[in-house]
Design a protein around this ligand. Structure first.
Ligand SMILES: Nc1ncnc2c1ncn2[C@@H]1O[C@H](COP(=O)(O)OP(=O)(O)OP(=O)(O)O)[C@@H](O)[C@H]1O
Length: 287
């Protein structure tokens, strides 16, 4: 399997904070979308900055298209499209002028494609970015990131604060992007329903640690949440549960193999589980 991104044992501490990104490993196969979820401060942006080589890492290896990126490696940068939640374009630029700047930075800049995307997103070419709404600014950032034809798109909260209609438009563009088997996406998001729609894999990060990476379809169709009364909870073997959360009238138990669990513990109801509920059980629950 060809990997666009391979992170092994990534560790990074900040000098003036207690936070540590601790031995994080995951990889993204070509042609796939990796959703990256975790609570505020879990370490998603720090991981992304480490990938982009904008912070110094303490240990571990990050391979992009099989190569470790160095400070002077501009060739790999051409192949990475980046959209951060704070798209910091100069506010006095217009989309038209931004294209001229981008054209000077990226050899692969494709003006025709940029015009096509900005038209699709309904962006005015001659209006200053400072007059743009958040949705317009994010659409512009996405159009700019895609128009130098990257192979890997890295998105840090790129759809946060956007309405469902705009988000759907943007998600469609991401899906079109990964139709090309050489392309892939790392997408951090708090909007887990967006990831449910488009991601192939999900990585859950909590307090700087990768707590789970799994195929989205397995999470949705094979994982489940057993709703147990206290006597039912007591009979569940530790090895059959990934996490559990005690609530007022029941205990929710995260199970990996819904069907197997149902066969073994016939009388306990097991519901399908959402990415959001998995995150809550893993982060707030016991083991
Ligand atoms: N430059 C820095 N110096 C010191 N600590 C930092 C720095 N940048 C981030 N941190 C700390 O590292 C931790 C992880 O932050 P990070 O931005 O990676 O989290 P995140 O998962 O992206 O959060 P969010 O969902 O809120 O964007 C936080 O506790 C944050 O305060």
């Amino acid at each position: 399997m060809n990997l666009s991104l391979e992170i092994t044992g990534l560790t990074k501490a900040y000098t003036d904070s207690d936070f540590v990104l601790d031995d994080v490993s995951f990889s993204i196969p070509n042609g796939t979308i990796m959703g990256f979820v975790g609570e505020n401060g879990a370490g998603k942006t720090t991981t992304i900055k480490s990938i982009l080589n904008t912070v110094h890492i303490d240990s571990g290896t990050i391979r992009i298209f099989g190569r470790v990126m160095t400070d002077i490696d501009t060739a790999i940068r051409e192949d990475i499209g980046v959209v951060l939640d704070t798209a910091n374009f100069s506010a006095v630029l217009t989309p038209g002028k931004l294209a001229k700047v981008m054209c000077g930075i990226y050899k692969q800049w494709d003006q025709e494609f940029y015009l096509k995307l900005t038209a699709k997103f309904g962006l005015p070419m001659d209006r200053k970015i400072k007059e743009f709404s958040r949705g317009m600014t994010m659409k512009l950032a996405i159009a700019a990131a895609l128009s130098h034809h990257p192979r890997l798109l890295i998105l840090d909260e790129a759809t946060s604060g956007l309405d469902p209609v705009t988000r759907e438009e943007i998600l469609e563009v991401f899906l079109e992007f990964v139709e090309d088997e050489r392309h892939s996406i790392l997408m951090s998001s708090h909007i887990t329903s967006d990831l449910e729609k488009i991601a192939d894999y999900i990585t859950f990060i909590h307090q700087g640690k990768n707590i789970l990476t799994a195929k989205k379809d397995e999470l949705i169709y094979d994982y489940g949440v057993a709703r147990c009364k206290s006597d039912q909870f007591k009979i569940i073997a530790e090895g059959d549960r990934l996490a559990y959360r005690v609530k007022e009238h029941q205990t929710d138990v995260l199970v990996i193999d819904k069907k197997g669990f149902e066969q073994k513990y016939g009388r306990i109801t097991v519901d399908q589980v959402s990415i959001e509920e998995i995150l809550l059980l893993l982060v707030k629950g016991g083991k």
